[in-house]
Each structure stands twice: as structure tokens, then as C-alpha cells.
Design a protein around this ligand. Sequence first.
Ligand SMILES: Cc1ncc(C[n+]2csc(CCOP(=O)(O)OP(=O)(O)O)c2C)c(N)n1
Length: 640
Amino acid sequence: MSGTYKYLSEINHPSELKKLTADELIILCQELRDFIIDIISSNPGHLGASLGVVELTVALHYVLNTPEDKIIWDVGHQAYAHKILTGRRKLFHTNRRFKGISGFPKMSESPFDAFGVGHSSTSISAALGIAVASKMNEKSDRQIVAVIGDGGLTGGMAFEGLNHAGTQNTNLLVILNDNNIAIDPNVGALREYLIDITTSKTYNKVRNEIWHILGMLNKIGPDTRSVAQKVENSLKALLLKQSNLFEAMNFRYFGPVDGHDVRHLVSILSDLKDIPGPKLLHVLTTKGKGFPQAEINPTVFHSPGKFDKLTGELIRIKSDKPQPPRYQDVFGYSLLELAEKNDKIVGITPAMPTGCSLNIMMEKMPERTFDVGIAEQHAVTFAAGLATQGFIPFCNLYSSFMQRGYDQIIHDVALQQLPVVICLDRAGLVGEDGPTHHGVFDIASLRCIPDLIISAPMNEEEMRNLMFTAQLPGKGPFVIRYPKGNGVMVDWQRPFKELSIGKARKIRDGNEIAILSIGHPGNFVVEACNQLDNEGISVCHYDMRFVKPIDEDVLHVVFKKYKKIITVEDGVITGGFGSAVIEFMAEKGYSSSVLRLGVPDKFIEHGTLSDLYRECGFDAQGILAVVHELTKYRKLTIVQ
Ligand SMILES: Cc1ncc(C[n+]2csc(CCOP(=O)(O)OP(=O)(O)O)c2C)c(N)n1
């Protein structure tokens, strides 16, 4: 590698970066881009965001004294250059792989990762906490920098952080990485404001004049600095506060500056080091910078999968056999179909229209679909408000991001029994994104909420029927959770059918063991049972469909007949579906042995789904192993 990456190959610690000249930094940036593209083309990850902040990352590590100074990345999907420059270059090919480095900053991975992240809009709060603690620890000269995108800034938590930070006199620098896009195009009034602020002639004229005056005053000499400071303050108070949102929140606003001019970034960041108090630097970047296909199509190249590093062509595994659809597409097409028949249906997504396939309805019915920005809390309560007026909102949240809207589900939806349909995409393990993104807590955390129907389809047809059932009158708050990826091959285009709430479906009868599954993992049970048939082991299997209300009739039958019961789910075992079965057993006075398969009580790292299923032991092999264990002495018992 040293031949191709002349400067990059020498950098194993940011201190080595500081030996480079400004011109060499420009070459280094190009090398970093080439390196990221090279690796990510064959080992997929987040591409566009990282390419967009190459210069910013180099400039930050050049100017700051990390890890003593702190960089806090928002979301963290843009931190590849940061990882590569901070000692992880040689490990970067293991990015997002099982036992490899994480695709996000992670405190346990490196002292340079000042704060672990994956969910959006946390950076300002975390950075403020670090800044306040540094002050209390008498390390006030430490530089604390939060880097947040224009998408991340749409999250309410970012504003909670700004609001607080504006009153704390800490050395906090917020860098707004403004590329005018989230995963899909950024939305909302803030987006308009940022465009306005970067293009408004009046605003920029005022700002330039102030900078000009300040430049002159600063040249007068150190004695007049305090006078200059006062003049600056009053000028800004007079002129900027009225026209700048960040100034109004007590931040000193700088920019907008070109985020791809590494020399200028170095110079401005060096200057900002000496300016005390909360500051915001507005940096303009292009997502996917330097890779033309990623610049042209940033949504696809946010996380493109494998691609040809020369042409940008996406590499997809081709199959002659028809493939089952992705659950998310079943959601998208079914919602459109339902909305065509029921004009009260509306669709809501917090910034994931492509990710959850709401874009299918969005294209046809833009007036009945809402991308609300990265704002899960708002999405849920907005849905609740719509529901009070007779609408049936389908609010689609990734399961792990739903955690943001937990109180809203309790307080605004369930307590008021509003007919909001909460569709939880990416429920269960999600693979390479790892512990920040696994959707494994939803069953356990939602199960305790009264009046909430919680369901999980085992296949696409069931998913459609659950969606149909949920929008029928009088159903109330209704959760439908389903995993990432493809379903199984069923005829999912059959006409919709109403399902009975709280009723399970028997898949097979058997004598020795009963297996109760919820959702997609039921397919793993089917696979295991096919094998068990060959072995002559007789297993009964129910697809429970509903975690709440749980099918008590079926549970009575099962507990009366079977002494050995296995539950299978793709969420946490603690408090999950299997726990509901055990609670039932205890309450009704049954005494079978119930073995719960699911996600154990620890955070599951990143890796392929098959790696992680193997680790958790609830795939077909895991189920087989448990059944074998439970039937080990069977032959002996029969002989006796
Ligand atoms: C709470 C939460 N909701 C949704 C997401 C999914 N997500 C990951 S990156 C992203 C867009 C971020 O946009 P921006 O901050 O502008 O960064 P960019 O990708 O443009 O660099 C979204 C919505 C998330 N990580 N966290």
C-alpha cells in the first residue's frame, strides 16, 4: 500500500499528520478518498457521508490535539476517515465485519472515539457534557467539537443541546456539516433556512461587513482587543441576532465556508481555537464528494452495498429463481393499495422514506405522506394528532429508532387509545450496523403498555393481512413489527383478509415438544421441523402472530399437552415474548419446562445476520440443537 498511498501509509496516529505541509494535506485527502472507496466497494458500508467530510476530518485532526481534545460525531456514519487516521487504517478492511471494527465510533474501540454513536442528533448534548465536565475538572482549554449534519440537526435533541449550550460558557464548537441531504433529501423549514443563510445576499453582506470591521479593529493591537470584543458583541447583537438562528441561541456563528478547502478549514479551525464560548461553524460539503456516482445519486450511495470502484456500477447477486420481496416493500406496496381504498390512511416516516419504502406511496400520494425529518418523537405524536381527527396514520419507524418515541407511544397514542398503526421496520437483528441498530428491544419494552396490540408477521401475506386488519374501524393502537430483508416465498398478492386479533395459527401438530414462535423466526422453526421429521422427532409448532393480546386459548392447550416448550423470537429474551409465555404459565399454575430462544441479555455486536443468528442460537441450527438436547433421553425413556 505504501506505493499508492504515499502519505496515508505513514499515518498511524494523528500526530504524524501534523508533519505534513498544507499542500501535502491536499494529496492526503485524495489518498483517503481512494482508500475509502477501494475498501467500501468490496466490503460495504456508509460511503457518501464519509467522502463528504474527508477534508474536515483531516483539518480537525491537524489542528486539534486528539484524543485529549474531543471530536464527537453525530450519527457516526461519516467517521471512516477519522478511524483511518486514528490508528485503524490496517483494520479498516474489517469494518462492520464480525469481530472486526465497528462502522460507528465506539468508545471501547479507541480513545479517539470520544462518544459512541449510531442514532442521530446526540452530538451536541454529549459534547456539552464533556465540555462542562472538562471545565469542572479544570481542563478548560480542552477543545470540544461536535460535528453534526443538516439532517442530524432536524432531530429535536440537537435543539435541546443547543438551547442548553447557549447558556453554558464552555469551549464548545459545533460544526454544522451542511450538504443539504440526509439519506433522502433533507426536509422542513430548517432546510429552507440553511439554504437561505448560505445564499442570502443581505445576510452575507451584513456578515462580511462585520468581519471586515473586526479585522480592522483586531489589527489595532492587543490593548484594543477588549474594545473590539465589545464592538463585535454589540454589532452582532444588533445585526446578527435578528437574522441568525444560532446567534439567537447565544452561539457565535461563523461561515458558511467551503468544506472541501482543507487549507482554509485548517486556518479557520486554528482561529476558532482561540475564541472562547459556544461557537458554530457552518461548513458546506457535498455528500459523496470525489466519487461522481455518489455525488449524483447520494441516496443510493449513502450505503450502496458492493459496487465497481471504477464505474460505480452496483454489484448485485443475480438469481434465476424469483426472489421473495423485502418486507419493507410489502409494507410500501400494501400501504399504497390500502390507501387507495381508504382515504383516511396517511403515511409518516422520520427521514427514512427510501429505507422503509414509504416512497412508493409518496410518489403517488404526496399530500397524504409525510417525511418529518429525523424526529421519531414528533412522528408518533404527529400521528396521534392526526388520529384524533379521524385519520389512520401508518407511522413507520425503524425498531431501534422507535426507542426515541417510547413515551409518545405510551402517553400520546396508547393512553388515548388512538388508532395509530406503528410499523416497526428492521425489528430483530440487523447485521452489520450492530448494537446501535439492532431492533431487539421493542417486544420487551412495548409489551407492558396497556391497550396496545403487538403483532409480528411470519411472512409477507401475514404482513399484508395485519396491515389490512390494523386499519379497520375500532382496532386502536396497533404495532406491526417485521425484520430487515426478504420474506419467504408466498403468494403475497392475494386479496387482503381480516385476521382475528390475538389469535395464533397452528403450523404443524406433534407429540413431543411444542414450539411457539413469533414473527419471521417461525420460518427457522419450519426449517428445523423439516429436518426433525426426517429424524422421527414429532414437534408441534404455532405461529403466535400476536404478542399482545397473546392467544390464551392456544397456551392452555399447549400447557395441558406438552411438558417441553420452546419459544422462539428475534428480540431480547428478558421480558420478551417467551417471558410472556412463562408469565402465563405461572399465573395459570402450569408447570412445563419453557426454554426461551432469542437474543440473550447482552448487547450483540455487528456481523452478518448468519454470524449473529449463530451466536444467539435461534436460527434453524440453534433450534435443532435445543430440540436434540431436550429429546436426548427420549429413546431411553421409551425403552424403560
Ligand atoms: C434517531 C435516528 N433516526 C434515523 C437514523 C437514520 N439515519 C442515519 S444517517 C441519517 C441521515 C443523516 O443526515 P445528516 O446528518 O445530514 O448526515 P449526512 O448523511 O448527510 O452526512 C439518518 C436519517 C439514525 N441514525 N438515527
